[in-house]
Design a protein around this ligand. Structure first.
Ligand SMILES: [Zn+2]
Length: 767
């Protein structure tokens, strides 16, 4: 029998009264874990969470800088110059009005405004360096925005393009980047050129306006060929710095290693010089750079995941279904968080159905899903609006921003807590560069597949960067997952050993540790001593198969869990790289099977993208080795890569999830929900509240695209899903509450059952 202890509903304030803040409690008086609920009932279980400070915390006057106190703001810029502006287009930006934009930002509940002040063609303020677009006449959008924004209590941040300065490069062709053949690259600037001083002068102009910050966009070095920079300045500096001439091109040797560092340093120095310059001009003005250290960006953009996230006051990254996939909304946020531990981080999303500047407006629920996914993952969020060609503001977009931001305000107290992340997913920039080389997606897909497997299974996860990894960072996770991390240094392996010896657990897939520092295959896998296996060879095929024995054949209780939800004695495709291993000290279980190969394969006439059926076993599938108080589990195949592949099957994904559950069988919280629901868990150890954010992703089916069939983009979400979820908590829960009053919540011994009908819900568990 389930006893629903009570229900309470009340307004939680906010500018508009909403129901989102209403709270009710479910309790159960039977069972050990919920025994304490009875005490809570006696004390008055029907106390609103608001009274406990769980909803809509007081917003007292706060001396914090804007980026530490804000959750949501707008970035507004005009549509029409993104492919090049023409002075004859006098209508362009003629209604782009800083005052009106500030008023609309305030009216919809934005806490700050990022206003476009400079793009590649135009300035939107009275600049001595770059022409103002003619449609503005005598108006100065930056001055308007600062005056009205400050009157309304908004922080006002100036947006300024760094890379792609079309106008500037016409005036200063000597600042263009140069390719390896010595030809200038017309659209790219050399960050070691006189452009740095030019940008300092431009930022000085904007500093006189009394702005609160700079958002400096696109310090990239291009997103593909042609690559720079082989200009005379760079060549001379390279020789001085590295004592050797520049490599003649992309040589993937020691010379290119030095060149990669030289390129990273160019971006780094440019960003640091601008930050220091603004600090000298006005130390209260923030600086943030739009960051490109995360997948799908690789070495070509000239940024490293950790190093280039440090410049400025906080890192800013972008998301968007159009560019980074639906599921990667959360991955990007956690990537930025891990790159800058303990600091605020900003993620920009946009209102268009397809992409920036397309003048479409997504349905409210689609905006809500992305916005609350980002907030749940700890980001503060900038909503990007591109105005009409003349600067017109779409009223429907602002109505939807208002609905979104009202909900943020009502739920404010539920964001910003410490994440609970059972699994740390490891990311190695060295592997990105030297294994990925010119096909970095092959590496990214292992990371993305590992993330997808954890997200679908509601295993709380986070990102661990090789660039700032410490033992303390590893120990925040019960399990460290190495998704095909090909290059692991002796220092990293030593750190892993310490982590294992102190009770940590590691899962390594596919070719983890199988490459030397330059990404070349090495016979002695770097992880062999921890894994208790010897690397015999790597398979040339990626259509590899795994077959698990029946549970009665298991060598270890932990290994029994590996077969959950997977039929035994049945080969299943695990699409991705695989290694033939043999045990030294590890126990092994299951078989890795190579695929059939045909005469067509031998003659190179078989479609290499198409898998072939399973042939004979070539080695074990799973190896489990104790190290100190921890365990190292090797998966010879790549269920991570398989999960992000075109041939994703559920069983391959389960293999990875089962591995986590085998090593961490008793997590603090176990969440069961449909695979289209994402869960984010946070902890408030002072108030002793676990929060479970549940995000229902619910797009309807899509039709075929006009090109590149069958690669369809997801459809925007229109309807909130309705689904069941169950939370099982290891510790005693005193109270359980849902924010949405429509959520049905019941509790009994150790579990909370939910029926949710919304895009975003927060379940609070007081322990
Ligand atoms: Zn150069």
């Amino acid at each position: 029998m389930i006893l629903v202890a009570g229900c309470w509903a009340g307004s939680v304030g906010g500018r508009r009264s909403r129901t989102d803040g209403q709270v009710r409690f479910g309790g159960r008086t039977r069972g050990a874990a919920f025994g304490a609920v009875l005490r809570a009932l006696v004390r008055g279980l029907l106390l609103p969470l608001a009274a406990l400070g769980l909803v809509n915390g007081a917003e007292a006057a706060d001396p914090q800088p804007w980026h530490e106190r804000s959750l949501v703001g707008l970035e507004v810029g005009p549509t029409g110059s993104q492919f090049g502006g023409d002075p004859a287009d006098e209508v362009y930006a003629s209604r782009f009005d800083g005052r009106e934009i500030a008023r609309q930002t305030k009216a919809c509940g934005g806490e700050y405004l990022v206003i476009w002040a400079r793009d590649g063609d135009w300035a939107y303020y009275d600049s001595q360096l770059q022409p103002k677009c003619p449609g503005l006449g005598k108006r100065d959008v930056l001055r308007e925005a600062v005056a009205e924004g400050h009157r309304l209590g908004l922080a006002v941040i100036a947006y300024a393009v760094q890379q792609y300065p079309t106008h500037t490069l016409k005036a200063h062709p000597e600042w263009r980047a140069v390719d390896q053949a010595g030809q200038p690259i017309n659209h790219l600037v050399c960050f070691r050129s006189g452009y740095l001083d030019y940008m300092k002068a431009m930022l000085d102009e904007m500093l006189t306006y009394g702005i609160d910050g700079f958002h400096l966009d696109m310090v990239d070095q291009g997103f593909g060929p042609p690559h720079g920079c082989w200009c005379a300045r760079c060549r001379a500096q390279f020789e001085q710095r590295h004592g050797r001439p520049m490599p003649p091109g992309i040589t993937w040797d020691e010379g290119w290693d030095a060149m990669l560092e030289f390129r990273y340093e160019a971006s780094d120095r440019f960003e640091q010089a601008l930050t220091a310059h603004v600090r000298r001009g006005n130390p209260r003005v923030t600086v943030d750079f739009n960051y490109h250290g995360n997948p799908p960006f690789s070495w070509e953009v000239g940024q490293l995941p950790v190093r280039h996230a440090q410049n400025g006051d906080f890192v800013t990254g972008e998301t968007g279904v159009w560019g980074f996939s639906a599921l990667t909304v959360g991955l990007n946020a956690e990537f930025y968080r891990a790159a800058t531990p303990g600091r605020p981080f900003q993620v920009a999303m946009q209102r268009g159905v397809r992409m920036y500047h397309d003048q479409t407006t997504r349905p409210l629920n689609d905006l809500r899903w992305e916005l609350f996914t980002l907030l749940a993952h700890g980001a503060f969020v900038t909503m990007i609006d591109k105005t009409g060609f003349d600067g017109w503001l779409d009223p429907v977009a602002y109505e939807r921003f208002g609905a979104c931001f009202d909900e943020v305000r009502a739920k404010r107290a539920h964001f910003g807590q410490a994440p609970v992340q059972d699994v740390g997913i490891y990311y190695s920039a060295r592997t990105r560069d030297w294994v990925g080389r010119d096909r970095p997606a092959e590496y990214f897909m292992a990371l993305q597949g590992a993330h997808k497997a954890m997200a679908y299974a509601h295993v709380p996860w986070g990102v661990v960067h090789a660039g700032n990894v410490t033992l303390a960072a590893l120990r925040r996770h019960a399990v460290l997952l190495l998704p095909n991390v090909g290059i692991l240094s002796p220092g990293e392996v030593a750190l892993f050993r310490s982590y294992l010896e102190s009770g940590g657990n590691i899962i390594a897939t596919g070719l983890s540790g199988a490459c030397d520092g330059m990404g070349r295959p090495q016979s002695n896998g770097a992880l062999e001593s921890l894994a208790g296996v010897r690397l015999v060879r790597t398979l040339a095929s990626t259509d590899n198969w795994v077959r698990l024995p029946g549970a009665e054949d298991r060598a270890d209780d932990r290994l029994a869990a590996m077969g959950t939800g997977v039929r035994s004695d049945w080969p299943f495709l695990v699409r991705g790289p695989a290694a033939v291993i043999e045990p030294t000290t590890a126990q092994v279980w299951g078989e890795l099977l190579a695929p059939h190969r045909t005469r067509l394969h031998a003659e190179g006439r078989y479609n290499a993208d198409w898998p072939m059926s399973a042939d004979q076993p070539v080695g074990p599938a799973i190896a489990l080795n104790p190290v100190g108080r921890g365990w190292f589990l090797t998966l010879a195949a790549s269920p991570d890569r398989a999960t992000s592949s075109d041939h994703h099957i559920v069983e391959a994904r389960r293999l990875l999830v089962n591995a986590v559950r085998a090593l961490h069988p008793n997590p603090r919280l176990r969440i069961d929900a449909p695979a289209n629901v994402e869960a984010v868990v946070t902890d408030d150890p002072v108030r002793r509240i676990l929060r479970v954010h549940l995000l229902g992703y619910n797009p309807p089916p899509q039709t075929t695209p006009p090109k590149d069939r069958p690669y369809a983009l997801p459809v925007p979400i229109e309807d909130a899903p309705m689904y069941r979820a169950t939370l099982r908590c290891r510790e005693a829960v005193l109270e359980a509450g849902a924010v949405n009053p429509r959520t049905r919540i019941t509790a009994e011994a150790g579990r909370v059952d939910l029926v949710i009908e919304d895009i975003h819900e927060v379940i609070c568990l007081r322990y």
